[in-house]
Design a protein around this ligand. Structure first.
Ligand code: GCV
Length: 656
């Protein structure tokens, strides 16, 4: 039986799956062969396209005059998610070993559009480079008094939760699973890693709500994961301790996990933030993070589940006067000594940079330093520090730089992420899914990069544009392709990071975190700026890298300009490789960044009439705010450094 295609509620943007994208399939004759739930999904997709555009679909019929054949065949080596695609004698054939592979094959044909049905095509093999391609939702079940429904969420409420419980209506979640499959994402963690009291209960007495969400995501090959609190045996089980080596605690987790699998047989596993920003963890019992993770891995192992253990462990009560403590060092210092101690089904989930999703950070050295541990790399699609979905900031190029960065000889971050690629979701119940309609490009690019980490992000952007906007208006691609660098230009300079308003992290405040306990400082004074992380005279962080990076980052002469202030404290007159002084670079980039936003605003205005009116209006409104905010950034940063340094702008522009 074909499975009905989910229809999101009236007014919800079709994103990268507009009906039109199915026209080339829907006008033709298709044969679907094979059985299983995901094959029913494939059948449903083709049936719906045919209903709309007049084509025909048959299931398990004898071969005949079909234009497209989607069939479950071997080879087994393709795994559950791989597929082949070829075209000969006027017929396009997709073959897969598993139902998920067939679904991905169909969606590949959707991406190809008309091109899938012309000429000849040699058999191509497609399989994901990474088995786990996951979104972590930082969604709260009950609205949190400070963080709201979605922590760091800029797209309205949660897709899963409202008013303290699961949303009863799941059609939108089904439609979400469909969008995720169409960019290759196959796992979702449905609640915040900061697990508050209400959310803790999802693991036990409220697992039925999780099961309902899992049921809605399953038809599109998306498995459900849950964030759990390390203190669950105490909070939920009434035990006195949560010591990971205590037999009673281990038994509690084993029994609880068995019940989770009764409710959700294909449950993916747990995500854990422990000993981090106030969350409980194994340190309270004098145990290591390997002890903690392995206890949960043991509970999940009989059921085929995985624990994602986050490496975001640092001291958030630091004394700003103490320059020897360096938050950037923390994850490496905590976890490298544990390499080789984690169970095979424990994945250490590492943020891509050593600090916290800034617009520019070096790649975390931890990713290259744990050869005997399964690692996942964590990105942030939600734009906490990159404009909060009020600014256009397409992160594809940044993520691609991270994934292609060779940390150790021969291996880049995308290959070292054997435990998968994860992103913090940027989605909510907003009609455009991501608040800013152009922020959908981040979600799409993330999924496709997780499938193929060495893909050219600009090709992925073209793919997204082609599906979402066809025909793509002239100038639109340029608005996105350079937007990350534009954002970098008018915010914190040369890799120094932060300078945001404390708490909500939107807008400039140069000293907002300078005298705080969070470990995020720039150390600007009248003579210079930056953090000395060299081995010779600083915190030693540069020494956490293998060659050649350790040497390159060690000296201000060889350190790349864009990371100079992350690694070094230099005078304002220090001359960059670009030939400019640091202070002149700050002034120039801030003026340039704003000019680029002004130009983008005009380009967008000129696209009215070529973009669906609702979408155009929403983006125009966001651009107005981006421009206001970019000017504020420019003026605060330039004025701050002019006042500190006393050095005038060579071009004599207005600085306050
Ligand atoms: C979920 C940053 C964010 C927090 C977030 C944390 C994390 O500190 O500001 O909101 O908490 O990262 O990744 O756990």
């Amino acid at each position: 039986m074909p499975l009905p295609v989910p229809v999101p509620p009236e007014g919800v943007d079709p994103a990268w799956l507009p009906d039109e994208a199915f026209r080339p399939i829907g006008t033709r004759r298709t044969l679907v062969r094979g059985s299983g739930p995901l094959v029913d999904t494939v059948h449903g997709e083709v049936a719906r396209a045919c209903e709309r555009f007049g084509g025909r679909v048959e299931r398990d019929a004898a071969p005949g005059p079909f234009d497209l054949v989607l069939e479950l065949t071997g080879p087994q080596e393709l795994g559950d998610e791989g597929f082949t695609c070829r075209r000969e004698d006027g017929r396009t054939t997709v073959g897969a070993y598993g139902g998920a592979g067939l679904l991905y094959g169909l969606l590949h044909v959707v991406r190809l559009g008309e091109a899938a049905f012309h000429g000849e095509r040699q058999r191509e093999y497609h399989e994901p480079a990474l088995a786990l391609r996951m979104l972590d939702h930082w969604d709260n079940v009950a609205v949190h008094p400070v963080m709201g429904q979605v922590e760091r969420g800029y797209a309205g409420g949660s897709l899963f939760w409202a008013d303290g419980r699961a949303r009863g209506e799941l059609e939108r979640v089904r439609a979400y699973g469909r969008l995720l499959a169409a960019c290759g994402i196959n796992a979702v963690a449905v609640n915040n890693v900061n697990v508050h009291e209400t959310e803790a209960h999802l693991l036990t007495d409220r697992i039925g709500e999780v099961a309902a969400i899992a049921g809605a995501l399953r038809p599109y090959g998306v498995r459900t994961h849950l964030s759990v609190t390390f203190a669950a045996p105490v909070v939920l089980g009434g035990l006195e301790r949560a010591d990971p080596l205590d037999a009673g605690v281990r038994e509690w987790w084993a029994e609880t996990t068995a019940r989770v699998y009764e409710a959700v047989p294909d449950f993916g596993g747990y995500v854990v933030k422990a000993d981090s920003e106030g969350q409980p963890g194994p340190f309270a019992y004098g145990r290591s993070h390997a002890d903690g993770a392995n206890m949960l891995a043991a509970a999940l192992d009989p059921h085929g589940g995985t624990v994602h253990w986050r490496a975001f462990v640092y001291n958030h009560h630091q004394d700003w006067r103490d320059r020897t403590t360096d938050r950037a060092r923390a994850a490496y210092d905590h976890f490298v000594p544990l390499d080789g101690e984690f169970a095979p089904n424990a994945v250490l989930q590492v943020k891509h940079g050593p600090m916290d999703f800034q617009v520019r950070e070096p790649v975390s050295p931890l990713i290259g330093a744990m050869p005997d541990t399964r690692l996942a790399v964590e990105l942030q699609a939600t734009q906490e520090y990159t404009g909060q979905q009020r600014h256009v900031c397409w992160l594809g190029p940044m993520w691609s730089e991270v994934l292609r960065f060779r940390l150790e000889e021969g291996a880049c971050a995308g290959e070292l992420a054997r435990g998968g690629l994860v992103a913090v979701s940027n989605v909510g119940d907003d009609p455009f899914w991501t608040g800013h309609p152009l922020a959908q490009a981040n979600l799409y690019t993330f999924g496709r990069l997780a499938w193929q980490p060495d893909a050219d992000p600009h090709e992925l952007l073209d793919e997204w544009l082609g599906l979402t906007f066809a025909p793509v208006p002239e100038g639109l691609c340029d608005l996105l392709s350079g937007s990350w660098r534009t954002y970098e230009k008018y915010t914190a300079p040369l890799g120094v990071g932060f300078m945001v308003q404390p708490g909500h992290h939107y807008g400039p405040s140069v000293d907002g975190y300078e005298y705080s306990p969070w470990g995020t400082y720039h150390f600007a004074d009248r003579d210079g700026i930056g953090v000395d992380r060299s081995v010779a005279g600083g915190t030693g962080y540069a020494g956490q890298y293998a060659k050649p990076w350790a040497e390159m980052y060690e000296s201000p002469q060889t350190c790349p300009d864009e990371l100079l202030l992350f690694f070094h404290h230099v005078p304002y007159g220090h001359v960059l490789k670009s030939g400019k002084t640091v202070i002149q670079h700050i002034y120039d980039t801030h003026f340039e960044g704003v000019a680029e936003v002004e130009e983008a605003v005009e380009t967008w205005a000129s696209l009215a009439g070529q973009v669906e009116p609702g979408r155009h209006a929403r983006v125009a409104e966001r651009y107005a705010e981006q421009l206001r905010s970019a000017r504020e950034w420019r003026d605060q940063i330039n004025s701050y450094f002019f006042r500190k340094s006393g050095v005038p702008d060579e071009s004599g522009r207005t600085i306050f």
